[in-house]
Design a protein around this ligand. Structure first.
Ligand SMILES: *[C@@H]1O[C@H](CO)[C@@H](O)[C@H](O)[C@H]1NC(C)=O
Ligand SMILES: *[C@@H]1O[C@H](CO)[C@@H](O)[C@H](O)[C@H]1NC(C)=O
Ligand SMILES: *[C@@H]1O[C@H](CO)[C@@H](O)[C@H](O)[C@H]1NC(C)=O
Ligand SMILES: *[C@@H]1O[C@H](CO)[C@@H](O)[C@H](O)[C@H]1NC(C)=O
Ligand SMILES: *[C@@H]1O[C@H](CO)[C@@H](O)[C@H](O)[C@H]1NC(C)=O
Ligand SMILES: *[C@@H]1O[C@H](CO)[C@@H](O)[C@H](O)[C@H]1NC(C)=O
Ligand SMILES: *[C@@H]1O[C@H](CO)[C@@H](O)[C@H](O)[C@H]1NC(C)=O
Ligand SMILES: CC(=O)N[C@H]1CO[C@H](CO)[C@@H](O)[C@@H]1O
Length: 738
C-alpha cells in the first residue's frame, strides 16, 4: 500500500513548485496594530479589506446508503451497498454589514447537482424558520452540487433522472433538504463581521479535456488566448472573522468531473471534491489560526468537458489503443470498452485510489493558496453584497446575438450522442442503452416509455444540427421530464462575482460567460472584478456547450438541452440583469414563471424496509467474524456483524462504523464514517427471514498509530410486528496494530 504521508509530501511539493506568487492588487489600507496590543494572529496583520457579515456551517446529508440507485451515471445497476465517506452540505453566508438584509447563501451539496425539488424544500424550510430567517429566499440562496457521481439519488424533481432510481424517494430527498437547512442554520448562528480575500493556483494535473475534438471547433484565435483545453486555475476565497483574526472557512472553485469513483462503485462517497473538503477540514483542526467549526468548500466550476481521468481514455479490449479522437470509440466502432484512467489507474489498494489522489491534488492546491493569502492575497473590497435570481422559460426565447442576428432557444431535448455517454462512463442517464431490449426490468420505464414522441417540426428545426433522441422538453406525462424553466442567478460581494449556472458549462462556455459578466460589472465596480462560475446549481439542466461545440454533437453538445444558442442566451439573460448588482441598485428582476413542483406527485417504485431479524442463537450487533489479533499497518482489518438495514435510521450527524483505540484504560473513538479508510458494507443475506450482515473494514493507513483497537458498529433494526425501530450496537474483540 502506498503511504498516505508519501502522497501528501509529494503533492505539496508538486503544487508549490507550480504555485508562483499570487498577484496582489493595489489596495492599500494598512491595519496597524496599536503598540502594545498583542498580535492575535499572524494571519492578518498587515492589511484589511472591507468588513462583511460572514458565517459558515456544515451538516450531514447522507441519505440511504443501500438499496437505492446512485445519482450521476444513471446506471440502474449502480445501487448502494454501503458507505466509504459521509457526504455534507456546506453553507457560506456573506452579508452587508450596513444593510444586513443584503446577503447571500452559497450552498455546496456533495451531490450530483442542485435540484428544483431540493431547492423548493430548502426555501420552504427557511420560510418555516420564522422572522430571523426572513432575509433568505429566492433571490439569494444558491444551491450548488459538487457533481459527485457516488451518492444516493432519487431526490430529483423531474422524471428523466428519476427513471434509473425507480422514482422519487422521500427519505433521500429529506436527508439532503434537512442537512442543507441545518448547515444554513449553523452558518447563520455563526455570523460575525470579518474579511474576505482570495488567490489562485494552477493545478495542472487535476483535470483533462474529455472532449478535445469538440473544444478544437472553437475559433483558433479564441483558443490561442488560453494555454490549456481545460481551466487549470483554482480560485480560493478565504473567510476570516474580525474578532480574533481566525480563519472560519474557505470556498474554492475548480472544474473537474466528480467521476473519479467509477460506475461500478457502490459505496457512498463525495467523490474527489468530498475527499478534498474533509482532508482540508481535518488538516486544519486544532490549528491556532483556525476557528472551531472551520468549513472548507470545494465547489464545481465549468466542469462540462473535464475529466479527472488524467491519464486519458483507453480501449479495454486488449488492443492497447487509446479511444478515437473524434468520437471516443474503439476498434469495434463502439464506445463501451472506452474508459478514462485516473492517475493511480491499476493501483490495487482500495482506498488510495485515483479518487483519493484527485481529491488530494485539489486539497494541496487550495492549501498552498490558503497559506500564502496573508502575504499575497487580493482583498475583497466594496461595501455591498447583492444578488438576483429569476426563472426563465427556455422554450423559444428570442434574442439578438452581438452581430444583430435574431436567434432562439428551444424546449429541452437530448441528442443521439447522449446515449453513447462519455469516457468517464456510459453516460449520465444512459437508460436507453442500459435498458434496451428489457424495459420490463425497470417498472418506471415500462410505465412511462409509452409516452415518448416524435419531436415537433418546430423543435427539430430549432435543435438543428442536433438529431433529437429524447424530446424531453415536450413531454409532460405523467409529469414534466426535464426542466424547460431554469434558474438565472448571480451573486456579488465587493468585486467578487459568482455566476450560478444551472447547467454544466464546458470549459470554453464558462470562459465566455465569465468574460461577458466581467466586462459588464466593470462598468459599475471600481476594482477589477474577479468572476467565478459555480454549478450545476438550483436545478439540473444538463450541459451548456458553445455553439461551435454544439455543432460537433459529442456528448456535451448532445446534452445541451435548449439548442445551439443556449450559451449566448444564458449570457444575454444574466448580463442584461447585472445592473441589479450595482452598489446603488434597488429592486429585483421579475420573478419569472415558477417551475413545476413534483415533490408530492412523483412516482416511486422504491420499496421500504420490511423487517430485520437476527438468526436463531444470535443477536443484532454480534460480531460473527472477529478480526485477527494482530495486523501490520497497511493491512485491512475486517469485522462482520449480525446487521440490520441502515435505511431504518440514517444516523445523520452520527456514524454507522467506528474504530476505538485503547488509551490508558479508556476506549476512545479515533475513526468514524467521515474517514475515507473506514468502510461500511451491508448485505441482505436472507430476504424472507430478514437477515443481513454488516462488514466494517478498516484499511489501516501506513502511518496509523500503533496500539490496541476495536471496531464498533451502530445499527437500528425494524421489528416484524409493529415495525418499531430500535438501536443496537456491536463491538469486536480488540486487536493490535503494529
Ligand atoms: C495559470 O494559468 C493561467 C491561464 O489559465 C495563466 O494566465 C497564469 O499565468 C498561470 N499561473 C501560473 C502561476 O502559472
Ligand atoms: C471497476 O471498473 C474499472 C474500470 O472498468 C475496473 O478497472 C475495476 O476493476 C472495476 N472494479 C470492480 C470492483 O469491479
Ligand atoms: C467515429 O469516428 C471515426 C473516425 O475517426 C469514424 O470512422 C466512425 O464512423 C465514427 N463512429 C461513429 C459511431 O460515429
Ligand atoms: C438580450 O437580448 C435582448 C433581445 O434581443 C436585447 O434587447 C438585449 O439587449 C440583450 N441583452 C444583452 C445584454 O445582450
Ligand atoms: C452572427 O453570428 C452568428 C454566430 O456566430 C452567425 O451564425 C451569423 O451568421 C452571424 N450573422 C451575421 C449577419 O453575420
Ligand atoms: C486474518 O488473517 C488471515 C491470514 O492473514 C486472513 O486470510 C484473514 O482474511 C484475516 N481475517 C480478517 C477478518 O481480517
Ligand atoms: C473485507 O471485507 C470486504 C467487504 O466485504 C471484502 O471485500 C474484503 O475482501 C474483505 N477483506 C478481507 C481481508 O477479509
Ligand atoms: C494537459 C495536461 O496538463 N496533462 C497533464 C494531466 O495530468 C497528468 C498527471 O496526472 C500529467 O502527466 C499531464 O501532463
Amino acid at each position: 500500500m502506498f503511504s498516505v504521508v508519501f502522497f501528501f509530501v509529494l503533492g505539496v511539493f508538486v503544487v508549490s513548485k507550480l504555485n508562483a506568487p499570487v498577484q496582489r492588487r493595489g489596495f492599500d489600507i494598512r491595519h496597524k496594530p496599536q503598540l502594545g496590543t498583542p498580535l492575535l494572529s499572524k494571519a492578518r496583520a498587515t492589511a484589511i479589506g472591507d468588513k462583511y457579515l460572514l458565517g459558515v456551517g456544515k451538516a450531514d446529508v447522507t441519505g440511504p446508503v443501500v438499496e437505492l440507485n446512485f445519482a450521476g451515471y444513471a446506471s440502474s445497476a449502480q445501487t448502494g451497498t454501503g458507505l466509504r465517506q459521509r457526504i455534507y452540505s456546506r453553507a457560506f453566508i456573506v452579508g452587508d454589514v450596513d444593510n444586513p438584509d443584503d446577503r447571500f447563501v452559497y450552498l455546496i451539496l456533495d451531490t450530483q447537482s442542485g435540484d428544483t425539488a431540493v431547492r423548493y424544500g430548502i426555501l420552504d424550510g427557511l420560510a418555516a424558520l420564522g422572522d430571523d430567517y426572513s432575509m433568505y429566499g429566492q433571490s439569494n440562496v444558491a444551491v450548488t452540487g459538487t457533481h459527485s457521481h457516488s451518492g444516493p439519488g432519487a431526490w430529483f424533481n423531474y422524471l428523466l433522472p428519476q427513471i434509473t432510481s425507480l422514482g422519487f424517494d422521500k427519505q433521500s430527498y429529506q436527508a439532503v433538504v434537512d442537512g442543507a437547512l441545518l448547515s444554513i442554520q449553523r452558518a447563520h448562528a455563526s455570523l460575525e463581521e470579518g474579511y474576505l480575500d482570495y488567490g489562485t493556483v494552477n493545478i495542472t494535473d487535476g483535470n483533462l479535456s474529455r472532449s478535445l475534438y469538440a473544444y478544437m471547433a472553437n475559433p483558433a484565435s479564441e483558443r490561442a488566448q488560453y494555454p490549456d483545453s481545460t481551466d487549470k486555475t483554482m480560485t480560493v476565497l478565504r473567510f476570516q472573522r474580525a474578532s480574533d483574526s481566525k480563519n472560519i472557512g474557505l470556498l474554492s472553485w475548480y472544474p473537474v468531473h466528480g467521476t473519479s469513483m467509477l460506475e461500478n462503485n457502490t459505496h457512498v462517497t463525495g467523490d474527489n471534491k468530498g475527499v478534498a473538503a474533509i482532508m482540508f477540514e481535518k488538516e486544519l483542526q486544532g490549528d491556532a489560526s483556525t476557528a472551531e467549526g472551520f468549513v472548507a468548500g470545494f465547489s464545481q466550476a465549468n466542469v462540462g468537458d473535464t475529466t479527472p481521468n488524467v491519464l486519458g481514455a483507453w480501449c479495454d479490449d486488449g488492443s492497447g489503443q487509446m479511444c478515437s479522437y473524434e468520437n471516443s470509440t474503439c476498434a469495434d466502432g463502439k464506445s463501451q470498452s472506452c474508459h478514462g484512467r485516473g492517475p493511480l489507474f491499476g493501483n490495487l489498494d482500495l482506498g488510495v485510489s485515483s479518487c483519493y489522489e484527485i481529491g488530494r491534488r485539489q486539497y494541496a492546491g487550495a492549501k498552498s493558496v490558503f497559506d500564502s493569502l496573508s502575504s499575497s492575497g487580493t482583498l475583497v473590497v466594496g461595501a455591498s453584497v447583492k444578488s438576483f435570481h429569476f426563472y426563465q422559460d427556455m422554450q423559444y426565447y428570442k434574442f439578438s446575438l452581438d452581430n444583430g442576428t435574431e436567434v432562439q432557444t428551444c424546449p429541452a431535448a437530448l441528442g443521439y450522442s447522449f446515449a453513447a455517454g462519455t469516457t468517464d462512463g456510459p453516460g449520465a442517464f444512459d437508460f436507453t442503452q442500459a435498458d434496451s431490449g428489457s424495459p420490463d426490468a425497470n417498472p418506471l420505464w415500462a410505465l412511462v416509455s409509452g409516452v415518448l414522441r416524435e419531436p415537433s417540426a418546430e423543435q427539430k428545426a430549432c435543435q438543428y444540427p442536433k438529431p433529437v433522441l429524447l424530446d424531453v422538453g415536450e413531454l409532460s406525462e405523467p409529469y414534466v421530464w426535464s426542466p424547460n424553466i431554469v434558474d438565472m442567478q448571480v451573486l456579488r460581494v465587493g468585486q467578487f462575482v459568482i455566476i450560478i449556472s444551472p447547467s454544466e458549462a464546458t470549459t470554453m462556455a464558462g470562459r465566455r460567460w465569465r468574460a461577458a459578466v466581467k466586462e459588464a460589472v466593470s462598468e459599475f465596480l471600481d476594482e477589477e472584478p474577479m468572476v467565478v462560475l459555480g454549478g450545476p446549481a438550483n436545478t439540473y439542466a444538463h450541459y451548456c456547450a458553445t455553439p461551435e461545440e454544439y455543432a460537433i454533437q459529442r456528448y456535451e453538445g448532445a446534452s445541451t438541452l435548449y439548442g445551439p444558442w443556449e450559451l449566448p442566451a444564458y449570457i444575454n439573460l444574466t448580463v442584461s440583469k447585472l445592473h441589479y448588482l450595482s452598489p446603488t441598485a434597488t429592486g429585483a428582476p421579475p420573478a419569472g414563471p415558477s417551475p413545476p413542483d413534483n415533490r408530492e406527485t412523483s412516482l416511486s417504485f422504491i420499496s421500504g424496509v420490511v423487517f430485520d431479524a437476527a438468526p436463531l442463537g444470535s443477536s443484532f450487533g454480534d460480531c460473527k467474524v472477529q478480526p485477527n489479533t494482530t495486523y501490520a499497518r497497511g493491512a485491512v482489518v475486517n469485522a462482520t456483524f449480525v446487521g440490520a438495514n441502515p435505511r431504518n435510521n440514517l444516523r445523520l450527524e452520527g456514524t454507522f462504523a467506528a474504530v476505538e483505540k485503547l488509551v490508558g484504560t479508556e476506549w476512545t473513538e479515533v475513526r468514524d464514517d467521515s474517514d475515507w479508510f473506514l468502510v461500511y458494507t451491508w448485505t441482505r443475506t436472507n430476504t424472507v427471514l430478514g437477515y443481513s450482515d454488516v462488514v466494517i473494514s478498516w484499511e489501516t493507513e501506513s502511518d496509523a498509530e500503533t496500539g490496541t483497537y476495536r471496531i464498533k458498529y451502530y445499527g437500528d433494526r425494524k421489528a416484524l410486528i409493529g415495525g418499531g425501530i430500535a438501536a443496537f450496537e456491536g463491538t469486536s474483540r480488540s486487536f493490535t496494530l503494529t
